[in-house]
Design a binder for this molecule. Structure first.
Ligand SMILES: *Cc1c(COP(=O)(O)O)cnc(C)c1O
Length: 444
């Protein structure tokens, strides 16, 4: 039996029935390329997905491989309760140095979803320690995505998210409208419909004012809503959320799991607005795509309140997973941050890489705007999006793009790419030509 036949009906894959159809077997992964086997043919393709935003340095990077091996030779894992180790301390020091001033404490979590869970817990413990346990709801944005666990599902978009499938099981939070679409222009300025923007600000201020006494915090993906629709919005919205948080004594949680570590052209997407949140989550690209790991960064002010143990609350932050601070993951993450921030001659390496990606993606995806099936083409940093007029015929487009030498995973009406940062001009040209050609073949 082939690998594909053995998988079928045995394993669940993300958001799929257990007997999901089309799969490719990965025979090898190296640099920016995957070797895919569809059961009949093996093909080397450019990876347009960076394994869901994570493999920013590509596969089998010699520096990351060496970091993993070196830690393997010391120890792979020890519990984090009562113990510490060099990789965790080194990673936390690097994160705090790279984050905006004021974010001084780090919680290491097993995955992005768990890091958001922990951030929400910190917000709730903070208010309880100040004697305000009634502050237990969150304001989130429509169109947002924050993870698959129950607390994070509750702050995902209430219509497109999974609220209906688990009705009664998700907490009832408060939602602001999705911010209007905006565009980063070539000269670095932002463009948005000013009437739509003003209406969003008004509506959002009203929603927060109406619920202020029960709200604990605000949760948002800064500037780019990822899994909720690859939607780009104006950084000014973050300034408004920061003002509202200050005005009503709420904590601002920014979920940078997808956007963080350079992907949008700033090291953190919140830097487009110059806003400093109280809590910030990073994940996905943190280990360069090697191992699962995420982190919550927390302000000194908030950590101090949580640690005060006021109003009968415990002084401890109430979370501590078995594999917390896994040394292998931390060692690779510290090494990956080292690669991102290495001196590229003209600033850190990531900045030139992502600026290059942005230009190449713009040039390569531009021809898609002439297709009759395409409604919008947009690029922000290392993210390129082709939005169709209707739902993508996913299996057909995937096959057509793979046949042309690239790997993508479309969803809804979107065929998008966020390639490894190390994708050069020729790789991006191959990738974007495959995307444009694949969309044209299937949808016209
Ligand atoms: C992927 C993602 C998550 C969830 O991370 P997992 O590691 O898949 O649990 C949360 N928030 C955002 C913005 C994401 O893109």
């Amino acid at each position: 039996m082939s690998l594909l036949e053995r998988d079928r009906g045995l394993l669940w894959h993300p958001y799929a029935p257990v007997d999901a159809g089309a799969l490719y077997a990965v025979r090898a992964a190296s640099g920016v390329r995957l070797t895919l086997d569809d059961g009949a043919t093996e093909r080397e393709v450019v990876d347009g997905m960076a394994s869901w935003w994570s493999a920013v340095h590509g596969y089998r990077h010699p520096v990351l491989d060496a970091a993993a091996r070196a830690q393997l030779d010391r120890f792979s894992h020890v519990m984090f309760g009562g113990l510490t180790h060099e990789p965790a301390v080194e990673l936390a020091e690097r994160l705090v140095t790279l984050a905006p001033a004021g974010l001084e404490h780090v919680f290491l979590a097993d995955s992005g979803s768990i890091s958001v869970e922990v951030a929400l817990k910190i917000v709730l413990q903070h208010h309880a320690a100040r004697g305000r346990p009634e502050r237990s709801r969150f304001l989130a944005l429509r169109g947002g995505y924050h993870g698959d666990t129950f607390a994070t599902m509750s702050v995902c978009d209430p219509v497109d998210g999974m609220h209906a499938a688990f009705s009664g099981m998700t907490a009832d939070h408060v939602f602001a409208p999705r911010p209007p679409a905006a565009r980063l222009l070539a000269d670095g300025s932002w463009q948005v419909d000013e009437d739509d923007q003003a209406a969003w600000e008004r509506h959002t201020r009203d929603v927060v004012a109406a619920h202020a006494r029960e709200l604990a915090g605000i949760v948002a993906e800064p500037v780019l809503q990822g899994a909720g629709g690859m939607h780009v919005y104006h950084p000014r919205c973050l300034t408004v959320l920061r003002e509202l948080a200050d005005e009503h004594d709420l904590l601002l949680v920014l979920d940078e799991i997808a956007t963080g570590l350079g992907r949008t052209g700033r090291f953190l997407a919140t830097e487009h607005a110059g806003v400093v949140p109280d809590l910030l989550c990073v994940g996905k690209a943190l280990t360069g795509g090697y191992l699962t790991l995420a982190a919550v960064l927390c302000s000194a002010r908030v950590a101090e309140v949580v640690g005060s143990g006021g109003h009968g609350m415990p002084r401890a932050l109430l979370h501590g997973p078995t594999f917390m601070g896994n040394p292998l993951a931390c060692a690779v993450a510290a090494s990956s941050l080292g690669l991102l921030t290495a001196d590229g001659g003209d600033g850190p390496a990531w900045r030139a890489q992502v600026a290059g990606l942005q230009g190449h993606l713009q040039a390569g995806l531009q021809p898609a705007s002439d297709l009759t099936s395409v409604r919008d083409v947009r690029v922000l940093g290392g993210v390129g999006v082709v939005q169709l007029d209707g739902p993508v015929r996913v299996a057909e487009v995937t096959r057509a793009v793979v046949r042309r030498g690239a790997w993508v995973r479309p969803f809804r009406d979107l065929v998008y790419v966020m390639p490894p940062y190390v994708c050069g001009a020729a790789d991006v040209a191959e990738l974007t030509a495959a995307v444009v050609g694949g969309v044209e073949e299937v949808h016209g």
